[in-house]
Design a protein around this ligand. Structure first.
Ligand SMILES: Nc1nc2c(c(=O)[nH]1)N[C@H]1C(S)=C(S)[C@@H](COP(=O)(O)OP(=O)(O)OC[C@H]3O[C@@H](n4cnc5c(N)ncnc54)[C@H](O)[C@@H]3O)O[C@H]1N2
Ligand code: MOO
Ligand code: MG
Length: 425
């Protein structure tokens, strides 16, 4: 027998848990989350970050009238009578590559050779593509022959075609990816205001836990939750600070928790939240100085998911069972990180899908079943994992959504429309 963690706190409260709905639990925890600090990062470090301020266009885009073709800038009125039988010849007065602003103004029967992306000269109101022209040189002077009339503005992108000045370009809270980066680059925003990444301490509890590099021993398992949670934290947009696991010793866990609380934005733990003799996290949040938000949620897996405020910081004490730990993170921790990052939609997207096969495992708690989506003929299908018990680790990797099975008396038949939470991975 090993020494048990004598609970110095409250014992009877252990079994007296009041289960609340997922939405209520989310509200309790997430209403306490404010925006993160703001920092400026160089644009090449802004990928994947969340914008901390609205961005308005400092100038129109394009900034100048831009040629859409390699060809000749002309005046439409000069070529109104042009046809293949009646080629109209214009004197070429300039040659305009990209990056060059011509100081010539097109006047009657003149043209300028121009390249795609170059600035159209004053006086011109259309560009004729090279292939539709003829050319000749006479005594050092170039001439271009036009064989058909042109429409006003043909092959010219007007100033502000894409973006008008002062237009709202990007909203605060937007995740910055390829498209946003091109906007920022285009408008010269090289120092980007972003929300600082929340720093999240993560540690597992459990005397049975071995490090990943340790050989197996009877009764022990390797700690897989910490690395899984660290990945989920990073995917959500936070920085994971991975700590060694703590054996089931309430005093050690308390010290570790109280220390982490000083330094980090959130604390995430796994294990020890149920009613077992060594379930120390459940006991820790029942201390008088801790404001416990919930310790039972009407969901499976993860019914024992616990959240508390410790010294003003949020602690998410997730179940040790890998499936429950994973789901608890996605429903409670991810949105907290995203909310801190200013994300306007911090929760996983809800999709509607058609159930591929009968699903009979129903009970009086809402289930979040690890499942896989397929799109066939424009229809979204969902297939639940073969094994999705709370204790099962291996099906996490096979899922890209969580199928929501509301509390039901009877099973769901294949073909039923169900809601799924789309995992972002
Ligand atoms: N009498 C009752 N027993 C249990 C109840 C209950 O209501 N009454 N609830 C069950 C449910 S539901 C769950 S979920 C689990 C929750 O367990 P804990 O959160 O207390 O977690 P542990 O006891 O520490 O571990 C459970 C399980 O997970 C394994 N584990 C733990 N940490 C890790 C890790 N870092 N990596 C991989 N695997 C881990 C651990 O070895 C156990 O097998 O309680 C039920 N029991
Ligand atoms: O908390 Mo448990 O995961 O409901 O199975
Ligand atoms: Mg336990």
């Amino acid at each position: 027998m090993r020494e048990t963690s004598q609970n110095p706190y409250i014992a009877s409260a252990k079994f007296n848990r009041k289960a609340i709905q997922v939405s209520e639990a989310q509200k309790r925890a997430h209403s306490l989350v404010g925006s993160a600090r703001i920092e400026k990062v160089p644009i090449h470090e802004a990928n994947g970050r969340f914008l901390a301020e609205d961005v308005f266009a400092p100038h129109p885009y394009p900034f100048f009238r831009r040629s859409g073709m390699d060809g000749y800038a002309i005046r439409c009125e000069d070529v109104e009578q042009a046809s293949s039988n009646q080629v109209i010849w214009l004197k070429v007065i300039d040659d305009i590559p990209c990056g060059y602003a011509s100081d010539m103004i097109l006047t009657e029967t003149t043209a300028a050779r121009i390249m795609t992306g170059a600035m159209v000269p004053e006086g011109a109101d259309a560009v004729v593509m090279l292939e539709a022209t003829e050319s000749r040189t006479e005594g050092g002077t170039s001439w271009v022959g036009i064989k058909r009339p042109m429409d006003q503005g043909a092959n010219i992108t007007p100033v502000g075609f894409e973006v008008r000045p002062d237009e709202l370009l990007l909203r605060q809270g937007t995740r910055i990816t390829a498209g946003e980066l091109s906007v920022l680059a285009t408008f010269g925003i090289h120092q980007v205001p972003v929300f600082s990444k929340p720093i999240v301490a993560v540690f597992a509890t459990g005397t049975e836990l071995l490090r990943v590099d340790e050989p197996l021993q009877p009764g022990k398992i390797r700690n897989s939750n910490t690395i899984m949670l660290a990945s989920q934290i990073e995917q959500a947009g936070g920085i994971a600070v991975v700590q060694d696991s703590v054996p089931d010793d309430i005093e050690l866990a308390r010290q570790r928790l109280d220390q982490a609380i000083q330094e980090y934005d959130f604390i995430v733990t796994s294990g020890g939240v149920s009613v077992g003799d060594y379930d120390i996290m459940g006991d820790l949040v029942r201390r008088p100085e801790v404001d416990m938000l919930f310790n039972k949620v009407t969901m499976r897996p993860g019914s024992v998911t616990t959240a508390a405020v410790v010294q003003g910081k949020l602690l998410f004490a997730l179940s040790g069972n890998p499936g429950a730990c994973y789901v608890g993170f996605e429903l409670f921790v991810r949105p907290a990180i995203r909310k801190m990052l200013g994300d306007q939609q911090p929760y996983l997207e809800t999709w509607t899908a058609t159930l591929r096969q009968d699903f009979n495992k129903v009970n009086n708690f809402t289930r979040f079943v690890r499942s896989r989506l397929e799109i066939e003929d424009g229809r979204v299908w969902v297939t639940p994992a073969a094994i999705d018990e709370s204790s099962v680790m291996v099906s996490i990797k096979d899922s890209d959504c969580l199928m929501i099975v509301p509390p039901e008396q009877k099973g769901l038949q294949a073909g039923t429309q169900v809601q799924v939470l789309k995992l972002e991975r």
